[in-house]
Write a protein that binds this ligand. Structure first.
Ligand SMILES: [Zn+2]
Length: 63
């Protein structure tokens, strides 16, 4: 299911954590927001590295 929740596209540079919004601009810094799905990168996510590695492998496999 596609989410309507959006996240600041510049949060990695401008905020300590993802800033979510329903609008197309970040309420804190005014940067454009992007759809939050798939889950945004979370440096504290213990499964993040696994998920990214898996995604990388899938991307490299031929159709
Ligand atoms: Zn922002």
């Amino acid at each position: 299911m596609k989410s309507d929740i959006r996240v600041c596209s510049a949060w990695r540079d401008r905020h300590d954590r993802p800033v979510y919004s329903l609008s197309e601009t970040c309420p804190e810094c005014g940067a454009a927001t992007e759809n939050s799905a798939p889950a945004p990168y979370n440096p504290e996510d213990p499964h993040g590295e696994y998920r990214r590695a898996r995604k990388r492998r899938l991307a490299e496999e031929p159709e």
